[in-house]
Design a protein around this ligand. Structure first.
Ligand code: SAH
Ligand code: AVI
Length: 317
């Protein structure tokens, strides 16, 4: 029987989290990889973020997809599979699926098991004839698609500007890995957050309801639960700043005092105001993103943006 969530060959697991946390807290500049935000609670908090008044990207991308979906999928809807990277709740995907009546398989790839399960349940209710083949895995490694899906015509989808969570050289590697995951000749639709006034950006990552702060701090809750760490959540503070030179939002957890944290038998010292760098979110110009896509071997096709030029959806071939 088909398993509800299949595992990609190289998989994300607890030991990977342990290694990355120990490694990330050991150097002079402490950092943690942002893919670990997305445990069950982290995936829920991200969904809450997408509904915040300050967090514009989700609303803009949905509006662009709704306005242009027919045009976007024109010529791409001849059956086959829709393969999505970092699918989360798959809410945006529904907009494309509704315009692809001959699609036979939807293959979402994510590190969040709960997000994949929730999406699979909802989509099989909405589209009973569409087979959802959820794949638990890390898209940065290049994912082996199930054999039957690998034989189909494919359309790739990577919304959310999750590509912005990688520094440019890594983003090129990620886009190249996705090109190799997809069958030769596949089209790829990708959402990209664009440069804009720094105040808008800083507010989007420092929302007044404190949801982004809870999302950031949840990384420490996860380390406490899964690694037996003893992070005192009240002794760390969320911060998000915009670095205009690098063109990126940086999220940090700031130690409010001098303290020591123990996990997996090791002790990690923090001085007051020391930071753990937890996420980058790069904002691109059309030219910059096009350059990255080309460096990864993609041909840049059409693109769509909103009136203010805040967000873009690209078609790559
Ligand atoms: N596509 C959705 C969700 C974006 S949030 C949207 O546009 O709203 C980013 C998603 O990517 C999360 O669901 C997270 O679990 C997933 N993700 C992050 N890093 C990943 C990685 N390296 N491999 C696979 N999935 C990843
Ligand atoms: C998933 N990713 C594109 C989000 C972003 O905007 O960088 C994650 C996020 N971090 C804080 N708020 C949202």
């Amino acid at each position: 029987m088909q398993r509800a969530v299949e595992r990609a060959e190289r998989r994300e697991d607890e030991s990977d989290f342990a290694l990355c946390v120990v490694d990330g807290l050991s150097g002079p500049h402490k950092s943690l990889p942002c893919r670990f935000f997305y445990d069950a609670r982290g995936s829920e908090l991200f969904e809450e973020i997408t509904r915040l008044p300050e967090y514009y990207p989700t609303r803009l991308e949905i509006a662009l997809l709704e306005a242009h979906a027919e045009e976007i999928v024109r010529g791409l809807g001849e059956g086959g599979a829709l393969v999505e990277f970092g699918s989360g709740s798959s809410r945006k995907t529904e907009i494309l699926i509704a315009r692809l009546p001959r699609l036979s398989v939807y293959a979402p790839i994510d590190v969040s098991k709960t997000a994949l399960e929730g999406a699979r349940r909802r989509l099989s209710g909405l589209y009973p004839t569409l087979s959802t083949r959820a794949i638990l895995g890390d898209f940065t490694h290049g994912v082996a698609l199930p054999e039957d899906v690998a034989q189909m015509q494919q359309l790739g989808f990577f919304p959310g500007s999750t590509i912005g969570n990688f520094a440019p050289p890594e983003a090129v590697d990620v886009l190249r890995a996705m090109r190799r995951t997809l069958a030769p000749g596949s089209a790829f639709v990708i959402g990209v957050d664009l440069k804009k006034d720094a105040r808008v950006l800083v507010e989007a990552y420092n929302d007044s309801a404190g949801v982004t702060a809870a999302f950031n701090l949840n990384l420490l809750t996860r380390a406490n639960r899964e690694l037996g760490a003893d992070f005192d959540l009240a002794a760390f503070h969320h911060d998000a700043i915009y670095d205009p030179l690098r063109g990126r939002i940086e999220m940090h957890l700031v130690s409010l005092k001098e303290q020591t944290v123990e996990l997996l038998g090791e002790r990690f010292h923090f001085h007051a105001r020391e930071r753990i760098h937890t996420e980058n979110s790069y904002k691109f110009s059309i030219e910059q993103f096009s350059g990255l896509a080309r460096a990864a071997g993609w041909r840049v096709g059409r693109f769509w943006t909103d009136a203010r030029g805040w967000f873009a959806i690209f078609e790559l071939r």
